[in-house]
Design a protein around this ligand. Sequence first.
Ligand SMILES: Cc1cc2nc3c(=O)[nH]c(=O)nc-3n(C[C@H](O)[C@H](O)[C@H](O)COP(=O)(O)OP(=O)(O)OC[C@H]3O[C@@H](n4cnc5c(N)ncnc54)[C@H](O)[C@@H]3O)c2cc1C
Length: 371
Amino acid sequence: MELSYWEYKSWLANVDFTVIGSGIVGLSCALHLKETYPEAKVLILEKGLLPQGASTKNAGFACFGSISEILADLERHSEAEVLELVSKRYQGIQLLRSMLGDEALQYKETGGHELFMQTDQALYEKCLQSIDAINELVYPVFGSKAFVHKPNSFKFQQIQSQYITNVYEGQIDTGNMMLSLLQKVQEKGVLILNGITVNDYQSEGDEVTVHTDTFEMKTSKLLIATNGFASSLIGADVKPARAQVLITDPIPDLHIKGTFHLEEGYYYFRDIDNRILLGGGRNLDFKAEETVQFGQTSLVQQRLEELLREVILPGKEISIASRWSGIMGVGTQKRPIVKALSAQVFCGVRLGGMGVAIGSKVGKELADLAG
Ligand SMILES: Cc1cc2nc3c(=O)[nH]c(=O)nc-3n(C[C@H](O)[C@H](O)[C@H](O)COP(=O)(O)OP(=O)(O)OC[C@H]3O[C@@H](n4cnc5c(N)ncnc54)[C@H](O)[C@@H]3O)c2cc1C
């Protein structure tokens, strides 16, 4: 693209910090940079018209790990690592709440309920038997018993008689959260250019040259916050993982309130605006969902509809209002990657399925690392 002298001077010259990606991590990072260095020129380059990864596509659970997920994590991580993960999620939500306020987030501490299918008897019993031990493990985070039993008060079908609930979990309005974060970042004077894909970069001395699909520019520091799309820029251990979602039309007198996890977190649903938002099913075909292409498959969508009609709202007239997908970044380890790639280039990626909870904290850590 041909740029005028003015365009170049005002937007692209003398940039101190360039952030790639305007998801929750990129925006939080830019906000913290500007708060720490009010005089600095901070630019965000975003390939989508809107943030176009996971931050505007997710389910809006303020969650810290259901009991079956914590037990599964303990098979691959030490107790200290699992405690650190849960603690980071909890601190991340507190940071997000203090940054944006509960009203902007529409934060509601409804509790997060894990449901177990009748066919998952062994897992259900294992989780029931582990409640005391897990409560003890996460006590330093919550300071009281986080996990309790609850009866099946919402009358779901084909599930065990009790939920295991984390009483501290809640839900937010994802759209409001991202809109407020964007507004806050812009109020601070951060420049955002949408529709710009970064293809590549080169460090030269104490500068980095950034090659985009539209122009080339120089920056003192480059911060990569591209999560599921990160491997093309940093080649690290981050794989894309598509997650599909559907939402119903409004349901009169909807009696279901809260956030719900099913089948070890592979399915999740919540109420929003008298609708049910339901997502998951990546485990039906992991290979097909390891993609950066947005879209839906009939395999996953059929299973979501089956759960909706047979388990969540049996006997109700339901119609589907819309369907979408988002791209997460996952790896063999659940810990996000926040590190320096060189003296000028930094990344904060691999947020997994918990980026609402940890995104603001990862963004702040990335800003601190680069500052
Ligand atoms: C369906 C779904 C449900 C989820 N539910 C929850 C939940 O309930 N609770 C929870 O805690 N987490 C949830 N998550 C996970 C959470 O949304 C993510 O972990 C989080 O949003 C990641 O934020 P991010 O800023 O790292 O990445 P993203 O939001 O993906 O942002 C990365 C940005 O980088 C941009 N980008 C990528 N490559 C380039 C490039 N080369 N040049 C320019 N820009 C680029 C992308 O367009 C994107 O906007 C869910 C995710 C999905 C998909």
